[in-house]
Design a protein around this ligand. Structure first.
Ligand code: PLP
Length: 403
C-alpha cells in the first residue's frame, strides 16, 4: 500500500541524470484536458511540436515521435534500417552503449564492439580512428550501420559525433551513422544535419525536462531509403506509417497527448532561453561541479577533459568506499537522489546530474548534499568542493542575453 504519511518537508532533490526535474510550468501544461487525438485541435498541436523538435535536433528532415521510452526509439532505429545478420559497428563507451549492443544481438544483427578493454573504455569517448580503420577493413560492406552514444549517461562522457562522420566518409564506407543522444539533446550541442547523422535517437526525460514517455527518431534521406529495403520485422516502429501520418500532425495510433502539451511548453522554454544559452549553462554548471570533485580530491570518471559531459559528472569513490552506500546516506539524510554506478562501475562511482531545469543554486544544493554525505561516510576529503564550486560560479558569471 502507498505510504501516505511519508511527506518530507521541502523539495526532493532529483539529481540523477534523467529523469530530470520537471518544471512546474510543464507539469501545469500537462494538466490540460486530454483532447481527441483525431480532432482538429490536435493536428495543430502535433504540427507545432514536430516543427519545434526539428529545431532542437537541427534538422530539416522528419522526426518521428513515439509514445515510448528511449529504448523503444533505439529499437526503431535498428529495425527500420537493418536486415537479419547485418553487421553493426558499435563503440563501448559505457552501460548504455552495452545495452544498445545487447538489443542488436537480440534482434538478430551481428553487432561488433570497438573500444578499450576493461573499465578503461568507460572513461573515454568514441575513438573515430578505430572506427575508420575497422570500416576500411570491411571491403565487402557487411557493416550496415555505425552506432555510437553521444552523451554516455553511465559515465559522463560526450563523444565527438562529427569526427565519427568524418571517419565513415574517410573510409569511403556506405554505413549509416546512428547516434543515441537520449541524454544529450537539449543539453549538449547537437547538429543532426550538419554532422551527417542518419538516425538520431532521443527521449523526453533528460535535457527536454519532461517526464519519461516519449522518444524520438530524427531521420535522414539515406535512412528513409534504407528503410525501404530493410527486412527486420517491424510494425509499431515502422517509419512508413508514422512519418506519413506526422506530415498532417497526426499519428497512426494514440500518441500521448498530455506529454505533447508538455513538449510544447518545454520547447517554448528552451527557445526563450536560446539553445546556445542552454548549452552554455550546462557547460558552466558542469565545470563548477568538476571544480568541486577535484577539490574533494576525488577522481572524475571521464579521464579525457576534451570529452567531459555538460550533462552529468561521474564521481569515483576511493578504493574501499561503496559509492552506493554514500548515495544511500545522502538519500536518507538529505532527501536527494544521485545516479548509481551502472554495470562495470557499480559501487565504484556515483553520478551527479546537472541537466535540464538546473541553475547555480540547484547545483550548489546538490554539491552540499554530496559533501556532507561523503564526510558522513568517512571519506577523507582533501578540501571543500562546495567552496571551490562557489568560487567558480562567482568568478564565471553567466552571460545572460536572453533568447
Ligand atoms: C536514459 C538513456 C537510455 C535509456 O532510455 P529509456 O528512456 O530509459 O529507455 C539510453 N541511452 C542513454 C544514453 C540514456 O541516457
Amino acid at each position: 500500500m502507498l505510504k501516505l504519511d511519508f511527506h518530507p518537508a521541502g523539495r526532493h532533490l532529483l539529481q540523477i541524470p534523467g529523469p530530470s526535474p520537471v518544471p512546474d510550468r510543464i507539469l501545469r501544461a500537462m494538466s490540460y484536458p486530454t483532447i481527441d487525438h483525431r480532432g482538429p485541435e490536435f493536428g495543430a498541436l502535433g504540427l507545432h511540436v514536430l516543427s519545434g523538435i526539428k529545431q532542437v535536433f537541427k534538422t530539416k528532415h522528419p522526426v518521428a515521435i513515439y509514445p515510448a521510452s528511449g529504448t523503444g526509439a533505439w529499437e526503431a532505429a535498428l529495425v527500420n534500417t537493418c536486415s537479419p545478420g547485418d553487421g553493426v559497428l558499435m563503440f563501448e563507451t559505457g552501460h548504455f552503449a552495452s545495452l544498445w549492443k545487447k538489443m542488436a544481438e537480440r534482434l538478430g544483427l551481428r553487432p561488433e564492439f570497438l573500444g578499450l578493454p576493461g573499465v578503461e573504455g568507460w572513461r573515454r569517448g568514441v575513438d573515430a580512428g578505430m572506427i575508420e580503420e575497422r570500416l576500411r577493413a570491411d571491403k565487402a560492406h557487411r557493416i550496415k550501420a555505425v552506432c555510437v552514444v553521444h552523451n554516455e549517461t553511465s559515465t559522463g562522457v560526450t563523444s565527438d559525433i562529427a569526427a565519427v562522420r568524418r571517419a565513415i566518409d574517410g573510409a569511403g564506407h556506405p554505413a549509416l551513422l546512428m547516434v543515441d543522444t537520449i541524454s544529450g539533446l537539449a543539453a549538449a550541442d547537437y547538429r543532426h544535419d550538419e554532422w551527417g547523422v542518419d538516425v538520431s535517437v532521443s527521449g523526453s526525460q533528460k535535457g527536454l525536462m519532461l517526464p519519461p514517455g516519449i522518444s524520438f527518431n530524427a531521420l535522414s534521406a539515406r535512412a528513409l531509403d534504407a528503410s525501404k529495403t530493410a527486412t527486420l520485422p517491424r510494425s509499431f516502429w515502422d517509419w512508413g506509417d508514422i512519418v506519413s501520418m506526422n506530415e498532417t500532425g497526426y499519428w497512426p495510433y494514440t500518441p500521448n497527448t498530455n506529454l505533447l502539451y508538455g513538449l510544447s511548453e518545454a520547447l517554448e522554454m528552451i527557445f526563450a532561453e536560446g539553445l546556445d544559452q542552454v548549452f552554455a549553462r550546462h557547460q558552466r554548471l558542469a565545470a563548477a561541479c568538476r571544480a568541486a570533485v577535484r577539490a574533494w580530491g576525488l577522481e572524475i570518471q571521464c579521464a579525457d577533459p576534451a570529452v567531459y559531459s555538460p550533462v552529468l559528472t561521474g564521481v569515483m569513490t576511493p578504493e574501499g568506499t561503496d559509492a552506493d552506500a554514500v548515495r544511500g546516506l545522502i538519500y536518507e539524510n538529505f532527501d536527494m537522489s544521485l545516479g548509481t554506478g551502472l554495470g562495470k562501475v557499480k559501487g565504484r562511482m556515483f553520478r551527479i546530474g546537472h541537466l535540464g531545469d538546473c541553475n547555480d543554486l540547484t547545483l550548489m544544493a546538490a554539491l552540499c548534499g554530496c559533501e556532507m554525505g561523503l564526510q558522513m561516510a568517512g571519506v577523507n576529503l582533501s578540501g571543500s568542493g562546495v567552496e571551490h564550486a562557489l568560487h567558480y560560479l562567482r568568478t564565471h558569471p553567466a552571460k545572460v542575453t536572453g533568447g
